[in-house]
Design a protein around this ligand. Structure first.
Ligand SMILES: [Zn+2]
Length: 277
């Protein structure tokens, strides 16, 4: 950033409360004491309640997980039980490296609470530029915000959009998410910056996410209506076409799909279908 500008940072937007999106806040606070840290009021409340506990959990579970990743690489067997491919090898080692770095730095981390909460919309007018910080509804969490530059057609989407494989989980709202993404596309963005993954310059991936989330919702509702248990629903809910379209031939993407989408995501959609949010 210093290579681009010598101006101070006035606002940092936390699109949601997850650790990988907020632990840098303290660095901005130290460097720019007047900085406003912006988040939804739910994200602020969740951070206040859960941030320390989450960090302790990661500190405990992290080393074990990075060891298991490295040992899978050594044994040449992936978590899916199949021989390790080159793309899995690289992805497991990269993940292990990130975890090790987190564990090393976490003792220095401190919860830095947002100073400005936005639950609907905040508009900043700065010279010729308009910056909208908006909530479009629930999706990845119950507290997602996006940043929208209407004139430039840029949406910074946080984890509402992740590519190539979406991050759905037990804190997501699978049934609401497609509608939230419809509202995002209604902004007609030319550029979508995902929470993880490459910058997107068309709406194809978001449309595919809408299809996937709608299908997960419809299929789990049908399974619940038939009286199926979660274990039965895991077999009857068919996400095969999405698996192929999102992961291609990549085994490391497949692991993300199985963990987040078919695993935690389907379980959360099932819970929603049974009336438990
Ligand atoms: Zn997240």
């Amino acid at each position: 950033m210093r290579k681009l500008t010598d101006k101070p940072v006035s606002h940092v937007v936390n699109t949601h409360w997850h650790q990988d999106h907020v632990v840098g806040d303290q660095v901005y606070r130290d460097a720019f004491p007047g900085v406003e840290i912006v988040a939804s009021s739910k994200a602020r409340a969740t951070l206040a309640a859960k941030s320390e506990e989450t960090r302790k959990l990661y500190l405990t579970a992290g080393p074990e997980y990075s060891t298991s990743l490295r040992s899978a690489v050594e044994k040449k067997t992936s978590f899916l039980g199949t021989p390790m491919t080159a793309d899995e090898d690289a992805s497991y080692l990269a993940a292990a490296g990130l975890i090790d770095r987190y564990v090393a730095e976490a003792p220095e981390m401190r919860t830095t609470l947002p100073t400005l909460t936005v639950d609907d919309k905040l508009v900043l007018h700065r010279g010729d530029r308009t910056i909208e910080i908006r909530s479009l509804g629930r999706g990845h969490t119950d507290n997602d915000l996006i940043v929208f530059l209407p004139k430039e057609g840029v949406v910074v989407a946080g984890d509402l959009v992740v590519a190539p494989v979406p991050l759905t989980g037990d804190q997501s709202f699978i049934g609401d998410w497609a509608g939230t993404l419809e509202r995002l596309l209604a902004l007609k963005p030319a550029v979508i910056v995902p929470g993880h993954g490459p910058v997107l310059r068309d709406d194809g991936h978001v449309k595919l996410m809408i299809e996937l989330l709608s299908s997960m919702t419809t299929q789990t509702k049908a399974a619940v209506a038939k009286g199926e248990t979660l274990e039965q629903a895991r077999k009857s809910v068919d996400l095969g076409a999405f698996r192929k379209r999102l992961c291609g031939e990549s085994r490391s993407l497949l692991l993300i799909f199985e963990t987040y989408v078919a695993g935690a995501g389907v379980a959360k959609a099932f819970a929603e279908a049974t009336g438990k949010e």
